[in-house]
Every structure is written in C-alpha cells, then in structure tokens.
Write a protein that binds this ligand. Structure first.
Ligand code: SAM
Length: 258
C-alpha cells in the first residue's frame, strides 16, 4: 500500500531522481512466531480488540535505525501516527522536512503496547480527530506533505511559498483558461499584466478567504501582522505642525516627524 501509493506522480518522480527515498518495512518480519508471524495479542485488563506487541516493533525499529544511521550518530526521529497525537500541520511538515531521515510507526488493531512507545517514540502525530483502521494512510499523508517541501521535489519551489498555510494564510483563488466559463469571468486584474497590482489583489483575497473560512488562522496572521500604526495620525501631526509653522512663518520638513 505504501510503496504503491508513494511511487506515483510527483513523489514517484522525486524518488526516481534520487531526491527522496522511502522503504516500507513489514513488522511481521520481526515476529518471534515463525509459523504465523503474529504481532498482536490480547490486552491486559480485558476489553475489545487486539494490541500490537512490543517485541516485534522494537526489533524492527532497531534494524531500521541501524540501517539508516544518520549523520554524526544522531538518531532519526520516530513518529508514531496516532489519533492521540498533536494534529499534523504545515509547520510540522516544514520541521520534519529539515531532517535527513524519519521513521514512521503505523499502528493497527487497538494500537500499540505502551511500553515500546515509551522506549522509541519521539513524536506523537495525528492527522485529525477521527479514528482510522491503521496508520498507513496517516503516514502517507504526512510523507507526502513533508516530501514536497524537499528542495527540487516540486518543479517550482516557489509554489510552496505562496500556497495555503504559508504565513498562516490560505491561498488566494486561482483561474486558468478560458477567460470566461459558464458566464463567469476571470477577475480583470489578473489579465492586466501589472504584477504589483496582482500581488496586492492576491494578498487581499488570501486575507479575506482566511478570515471567512479559518478565523483561527486569521487571528494568528493578525497577531503577527498588526495593522500599521496609523499613517493618518502621522499625517495629522504633520498637518498640525505645518499649520503651526505657517502661522509662525517657519518651514517644516515634511519627512521630519519630531
Ligand atoms: N485505540 C486507538 C485509540 O483509541 O486511540 C485507535 C487505534 S486505530 C483503530 C489503529 C491505528 O490507526 C493507530 O494505532 C494509529 O496508528 C492509526 N490511526 C488511526 N487514526 C489515526 C489518526 N487520526 N491519525 C493518525 N493515526 C491514526
């Protein structure tokens, strides 16, 4: 599932070019049960469902971390994908993208024996407040978001700088050919060729869209981009100073606010 899912399209091409690499490792290969390769068992204390056991996961982790041996002996971070983790976001994707190696642990059944989690996990990460049957899809979601931030993976690295969540804003609306479709016209500013005006329009639309759809992000953006201290006041002060000088006959430098 993971190999197939990640080997297509943009990530597949990035892998072929050697920009990224990934390998899915089957925890069953580390089971002590030679006959059935069992990796789960009943939970102590009762309750529905089975739990993944500590030993196969730990042995698998040790084999993987020895194989990838990161720079300077630094251990690779191990991300346990779990609904009990911090919710994954673009900032986390950027943080993970700066690492040379990452290991994802995908749970199944009722989850994983707590003791092995305590031993090996560095990051508990969720993809949202809902429960899936296994960790493969969440891991693939995260790998996709992280890998596209690796330089060279996207044809145009700039697009990661303007798209949603950069600087807390959602991306502005976009249009392609034809200029008119079902009676709807492309906003004329986008056809003007005036790049400065286009940038201003896009920023305005990004802010508007974020305020409407994600007030939580808008508040964050606002706290980092407070409205500029009023030009009006400065102008008022200047005007008052100019008036004063007119009355007194002294010339005031318009740039001088003091
Ligand atoms: N019993 C667990 C609980 O209540 O927290 C849920 C286990 S879930 C059925 C099985 C596995 O799917 C988890 O161990 C985890 O790896 C993965 N998983 C399910 N939902 C997820 C989510 N929202 N984000 C990340 N991983 C998830």
């Amino acid at each position: 599932m993971i190999e197939q899912g990640l080997s297509t399209s943009i990530l597949g091409r990035a892998r072929d070019k050697g920009l990224i690499s990934f390998e899915a490792v089957n925890i069953r290969d580390y089971s002590c049960d030679e006959k059935h390769h069992k990796v789960d068992d009943y939970t102590y204390g009762g309750g529905a469902g089975m739990l993944m056991q500590a030993q196969p996961i730990y042995d698998c982790y040790k084999a993987v971390s020895e194989k990838i041996s990161t720079d300077g002996g630094k251990k690779a971070r191990l991300i346990y994908v779990t609904p009990q983790g911090y919710t994954f976001n673009q900032e986390m994707a950027r943080d993970f993208a700066s690492e040379s190696d990452l290991i994802f642990l995908c749970g199944h059944y009722e989850g994983v024996d707590e003791r092995v989690l305590e031993e090996i996990v560095t990051d508990y990460v969720s993809i949202g407040d809902y429960v899936l049957t296994g960790g493969e899809l969440p891991a693939m979601v995260m790998i996709d978001a992280i890998a596209r931030l690796v330089p060279g993976v996207l044809n145009n690295d700039e697009s990661a700088m303007t798209e949603s969540f950069h600087n807390h804003l959602l991306e502005y609306p976009q249009y392609s050919r034809p200029e008119e479709w079902m009676g709807k016209k492309v906003p004329p500013i986008l056809l003007s060729g005036d790049h400065k005006k286009v940038d201003e329009w896009r920023l305005e639309k990004s802010i508007e869209r974020t305020r409407e759809r994600r007030p939580d992000l808008y508040e964050k953006w606002l706290s980092e981009n407070p409205p500029k201290p009023e030009k009006k006041k400065r102008r008022k002060r200047k005007t008052a100073a100019a008036e004063e000088s007119e009355q007194s006959g002294i010339q005031v430098n318009p740039e001088d606010n003091t």
